[in-house]
Design a protein. Structure first.
Length: 355
């Protein structure tokens, strides 16, 4: 069995107190695994007493988050007191693993870094080369119930997408549109049980749409942070008042196409093969396209506000978007359903955002 990683995976290291929006301070529920929770009960002294008063030992065991959203063990220097006083081996599993994610298949475990981490997002958006992966041998075994033929087909299709996304001779908007249509074709092939060797080709669209209906849909989802709704509404106003500058934005900020390409790579790497469990890859490709369109719009709004745009501006915007969308299982599920049931997310309507 092999474990697979994106090439930049090994570059990640938590930046701890240098993080401007730490995952330990945004009000997230932090679940403590059983072995770690049992160890915390055995710690003596003043710090052991704090562990007993600041941990909720009900099921599931978790830290009691402060009213300001911070973990009770995040000190005034934005460092973890558990890490400092007990050592890294006694930090709970979820904190050790964050922002890593894992997806298990019969002969492969795929690992990655979530866009909801500031440093992971910075590394991801900074990539200048074509998306690539590396593999390591592992002794782990996993058994999943799915068609090996479909799995191989999806792996081959995903590689075609990565290769197409790296083709700088094609405008990034066209690349996203073409992959969106390719996802539609791949889904039809899966549905008809005819796994044809399709190629990605250039498409056009008869519709020309703006992003407002998608923003309106995002406003119907459950927010992790209520400030998210204010941010979306404010951004939508900026966008509508400055539509005439949108083309200038892309011309004056050539790095944007690289950032959007890397974001597309991320969503395809993380979610495309996972579609095998529901026989659904079309909603995954639509999620990617929607995310690229929304983030490009939010980048544009930041540029209008500041009259400039930096990598870190884009990193923080992408991180916040990911926190709101990817960190909610309900929101991800609702988007997948909407991709089939709401006309805003039809393939033709989404194509109209790009071509």
């Amino acid at each position: 069995m092999i474990t697979r990683y994106p090439s930049y995976y090994k570059d990640f290291k938590c930046i701890a107190s240098k993080c401007t929006r730490s995952c330990c301070s945004v009000g997230w529920e932090i679940i403590i695994d059983k072995n770690t929770a049992d160890y915390y009960k055995s710690v003596s002294g003043e710090f052991g007493e704090k562990l007993r008063t600041k941990v909720d030992y009900s099921n599931p065991t978790k830290f009691i988050i402060e009213s300001n959203g911070k973990c009770p063990f995040l000190n005034n220097n934005n460092l973890c007191d558990i890490y400092i006083k007990l050592g890294p081996e006694h930090v709970c599993q979820i904190c050790q693993e964050h922002p890593r994610f894992y997806e298990c298949y019969n002969n492969v475990i795929e690992c990655g870094l979530g866009m909801y981490c500031e440093e992971a997002c910075r590394i991801m958006l900074s990539q200048k080369e074509a998306f690539s992966m590396y593999e390591e041998e592992t002794t782990e075994t996993v058994e999943k119930d799915y068609s090996e033929d479909v799995f191989k087909y999806l792996c081959d299709c995903r590689l075609k997408i990565f290769n197409y996304l790296s083709d700088k001779s094609i405008d990034i908007n066209q690349r996203i549109a073409d992959i969106l249509w390719f996802g539609n074709v791949v889904q039809q092939n899966i549905d008809s049980d005819m796994l044809d060797d399709e190629e990605i080709f250039s498409v056009t669209s008869n519709s020309s749409n703006d992003i407002e209906p998608i923003f309106k849909y995002l406003l119907s989802l459950e927010p992790n942070d209520t400030n998210w709704f204010n941010y979306l509404n404010d951004s939508l106003t900026i966008y509508k008042n400055n539509l005439d500058k949108f083309k200038d934005f892309e011309i004056e900020n050539p790095d944007i196409s690289l950032y959007l390409k890397n974001i597309a790579d991320y969503f395809i790497y993380r979610y495309f093969i996972r579609g095998i469990f529901q026989d659904d890859v079309l909603s995954v490709v639509k999620l990617m396209a929607m995310s690229v369109a929304v983030l490009k719009t939010l980048f544009f709004c930041k540029w209008i506000e500041k009259k400039s745009l930096t990598l870190m501006d884009c990193v923080m915007i992408a991180k916040i978007y990911s926190e709101e969308i990817e960190c909610s299982d309900d929101n991800i599920l609702n988007i997948h359903i909407a991709c089939y049931e709401i006309s805003t997310f039809s393939t033709e309507n989404l194509l109209g955002l790009f071509v």
